[in-house]
Design a protein around this ligand. Sequence first.
Ligand SMILES: NC(=O)c1ccc[n+]([C@@H]2O[C@H](COP(=O)([O-])OP(=O)(O)OC[C@H]3O[C@@H](n4cnc5c(N)ncnc54)[C@H](OP(=O)(O)O)[C@@H]3O)[C@@H](O)[C@H]2O)c1
Length: 252
Amino acid sequence: MTAEAPTAVVTGASSGIGAATARALAAAGYHVILTARRKDRIEALAAELPHAEAYALDVTDRAAVDAFTAALGHRPSVDVLVNNAGGALGAEPVATGDPADWRAMYEVNVLGVLHMTQALLPALTASGEGTVVVLSSTAGHGTYEGGGGYVAAKHGAHVIAETLRLELCGEPVRVIEIAPGMVKTAEFATTRFRGDTDKAAKVYEGVDQPLTAEDVADTITWAITRPAHVNVDLLVVRPRAQASNTKVHRTT
Ligand SMILES: NC(=O)c1ccc[n+]([C@@H]2O[C@H](COP(=O)([O-])OP(=O)(O)OC[C@H]3O[C@@H](n4cnc5c(N)ncnc54)[C@H](OP(=O)(O)O)[C@@H]3O)[C@@H](O)[C@H]2O)c1
């Protein structure tokens, strides 16, 4: 880490896991740069944190990502990048899934990670102890019916993390993949089901304590705050009630 407060960039910091991670990293002493498309949300959260700033950004827009990197020019280095922006759209079987949804999921979950990582890699390397975090999912490690497009995209995110770790071996940059199972966040399932809150609620129905955004933020922060030579390659974290992508204990 650099002598002054280390800097962490968190994508998708306007809600859920990203917002909780921004809070947790700020509490751990990081200067946090919150990014997401919803400027009002990240500005409000940044104002609550001790050392934070907000920058509205769509990770699928390469020009916007490059403009963001240029705007960071005043900082000597970036120590941590948390690639959290992402999500699922639809739960149709492969036979009827909408290619536009599959494309959108690839854009944000794969190309979004690629854009941000490519853009910030020089600054992360310059820090002397850089960390790239990729929020994949257990969907990046196994499939389930109706998950095809999201599973394919999260496998892509997993492959970025694995390949990058090989390619950066010998460089002062760690690559950490965090793969959560079921996390009950305010927006993830509602976004997936296009605002249908009844369908979204069914995802968590009868599940005793799905993970919270704070649980995952805690896991991310733990992995980042290990000594710089310790690379937590992959951390899979699920609620106790979920044994696999397809085996979930429900009380109702
Ligand atoms: N919830 C789960 O069960 C679960 C499980 C495993 C993995 N994950 C992964 O964890 C991450 C966070 O999930 P979450 O549950 O916290 O979901 P969420 O509350 O829906 O958060 C998604 C975040 O991504 C941002 N985002 C979406 N598209 C973007 C884009 N094009 N450019 C920039 N930001 C964008 C959203 O902000 P704006 O709309 O303001 O841009 C939002 O802040 C995602 O990658 C998700 O796939 C979630």
